[in-house]
Design a protein around this ligand. Structure first.
Ligand code: ATP
Ligand code: MG
Length: 155
């Protein structure tokens, strides 16, 4: 089946609130495999690249200050249909509207301070992974996937 990789950013509000562990725990509990993880501080240039399509939006200056305010954790996770799976786990952009059970739905009350970013398409995932990780920072490793997936799913 279709194994995908997707980029996750644990945003400054999650770092400030000590929710990084909770977020990583949910990702691991779900059965996604971490293949890259690091801490970094986004500078304005990187925020502009990452959220380029919102550059002209009125909320962009706030978003830029927020995303560069503290270090973040960037992760690449892998799994069958990982891109859509993680998007469902994070919930709607606005934390107030996100469903309970999702990360934003359980922990966020804001449209900007919404704790986590995740890639939303195959093309964006590829581009975003390359933006944050060098090839050698991504580690392919053998996990006992038979405990997570059925044998036909692994074919
Ligand atoms: P992300 O790209 O961070 O995973 P998303 O895909 O759910 O979030 P987008 O529409 O891509 O949402 O918006 C990117 C980010 O820009 C949001 O996570 C939020 O922090 C900010 N943002 C989007 N829309 C608004 C808005 N109307 N007001 C304030 N901030 C916004
Ligand atoms: Mg987005």
């Amino acid at each position: 089946m279709r194994f995908e990789r997707t980029l996750i950013l644990i945003k400054p509000d999650a770092m400030q609130r000590g929710l990084a562990g909770e977020i990583i725990k949910r990702i691991e509990n779900k059965g996604l495999k971490i293949v890259g993880i690091k801490m970094l501080k986004m500078d304005k240039k990187l925020v502009e690249e990452h959220y380029n399509k919102y550059k002209e939006k009125p909320f962009f200056p706030v978003l830029e200050r927020f995303m560069s305010s503290t270090p973040i954790i960037a992760m690449v996770v892998e799994g069958i249909e990982a891109i859509s799976v993680v998007r469902r786990m994070i919930g709607k952009t606005n934390g107030r509207e996100a469903e309970s059970g999702t990360i934003r739905g359980d922990f966020s009350m804001s449209i900007s301070k919404n704790l986590i970013h995740a890639s939303d398409s195959e093309e964006n995932a590829r581009e975003e992974i390359n933006r944050f990780f060098k090839e050698e920072e991504l580690i392919s490793w053998k996990r006992i996937d038979e405990i997570i997936y059925s044998e036909d799913e692994l074919e």
